[in-house]
Design a binder for this molecule. Structure first.
Ligand SMILES: C[S@@+](CC[C@H](N)C(=O)[O-])C[C@H]1O[C@@H](n2cnc3c(N)ncnc32)[C@H](O)[C@@H]1O
Length: 345
């Protein structure tokens, strides 16, 4: 899977990321089947999917049908093409699926009230950055310093979301950027937003699982991963992947949360990590900085309190989601600590 330039390619990459093998013959067949200019319609396509269902199992065809209902012409071709491949294991927890993030990022891209709150409570951020994470401005400035980026360095933003943070870091340092996220919707938005930050030729974006980016080994001078490690089921896989793509002296900066020592393991998933440094070392990284950032946690609490205060029936879906998150996390926030980890290979 290579860098994706437009939404159709992005979608193709995303779908390819979920399968181990892709059949080109199937791609041609389904192009023909779905091409409205050839007078072929959806009925034929669904018929084709029934065949897939019989050959590959009901669950997989369900996925295909639901995707087809939402996607437009080109992505539908992609789905059908990939349908002939053998499905790879993907997280089956719906709460963590790329679909869910696609929906959230569609909301957040049209959420002036929510983005204004992020900026007021955690920023101000440079125009257009619009993070979907809870590291305050001074924390992101610190992360940028720790990455030690030089002009023409290659920065990989792992789990980049809508990409603003990586785009900001690359634009101020003169680095090249690769953004990676498993949400095709996030990557499509990142790709569109790149022009506002840097020459398009210096940025590329890949839809992939963070534990399997397909990026070549030893090609990143720096990797940044903001507020995502706690969400990823295969944490060791993500950290090993970072170690694989980094140059020997390259640095990775990670922000996340840990549960405090002695706290039970059944806290909300955001606080599921017990020891990020141990995870990093186990994945072959050498920890350079491990810092607990109490001021970030304090700002985060205030942010959630404001979000909850502004929640209501008329609020934006993005704000409603964050308010719900705040209600579930605030009661446990004394059990968590905020973490900045910097490591090298
Ligand atoms: C809280 S958001 C942070 C986004 C971005 N780093 C930022 O600060 O705005 C977490 C991101 O992790 C991505 N993500 C979660 N699990 C992933 C995985 N297994 N592989 C790649 N991306 C993943 C989500 O799609 C989402 O964009």
């Amino acid at each position: 899977m290579g860098p994706a330039e437009d939404p159709a390619q992005v979608q193709t990459s995303a779908i390819a990321g979920q399968f181990e093998r892709v059949s080109a013959r199937a791609a041609l067949a389904s192009t023909w089947a779905l091409d409205p200019r050839l007078g072929c319609g959806r009925g034929f396509a669904l018929g084709w999917l029934v065949t897939v269902d019989a050959a590959y199992g009901h669950g997989q065809a369900d996925v295909l049908v639901s995707r087809m209902g939402r996607a437009d012409y080109l992505p539908r071709i992609s789905w059908c093409a990939i349908a002939r491949g053998r499905r790879r294991t993907v997280p089956d927890d719906d709460a963590l699926s790329p679909d869910v993030f696609d929906e959230v990022f569609a909301w957040i891209s049209e959420a002036p009230q929510t983005n204004e709150l992020f900026d007021r409570m955690l920023g101000p951020f440079p125009p257009g950055v619009e993070p979907f994470s809870l590291v305050p401005r001074q924390g992101l400035d610190r992360v940028l310093t720790e990455l030690r980026l030089a002009p023409d360095d290659h920065l990989v933003d792992l789990c980049c979301g809508r990409g603003g943070i990586g785009l900001w870091f690359a634009s101020v340092s003169g680095a090249r950027l690769t953004g990676v996220d498993f949400s095709p919707g996030a990557i499509a938005q990142t790709s569109r937003r790149a022009d506002g930050f840097m020459p398009r030729s210096r940025a590329s974006f890949v839809v992939a699982d963070a534990a399997d980016t397909s990026l070549p080994a030893k090609t990143a001078d720096a990797v940044v991963c903001i507020d995502a490690l706690q969400l990823v089921p295969d944490k060791n896989g993500l950290l090993r992947e970072a170690a694989r793509i980094l140059w020997p002296d390259g640095r990775i900066a990670i922000t996340t949360w840990e549960r405090c020592r002695g706290e039970p393991a059944d806290l909300p998933p955001s606080y599921s990590i017990a020891d990020t440094a141990a995870l990093a070392e186990a994945a072959g990284l050498r920890v350079l900085v491990r810092e607990e950032c109490d001021d970030w946690l304090e700002q985060e609490r205030t942010f959630y309190q404001h979000v909850i205060a502004e929640d209501g029936d008329e609020a934006e879906p993005a704000l409603r989601l964050l308010a719900e998150e705040g209600r579930s996390l605030l009661p446990h926030s004394a059990s968590a600590r905020r973490l900045l980890l910097v490591a090298s290979v």
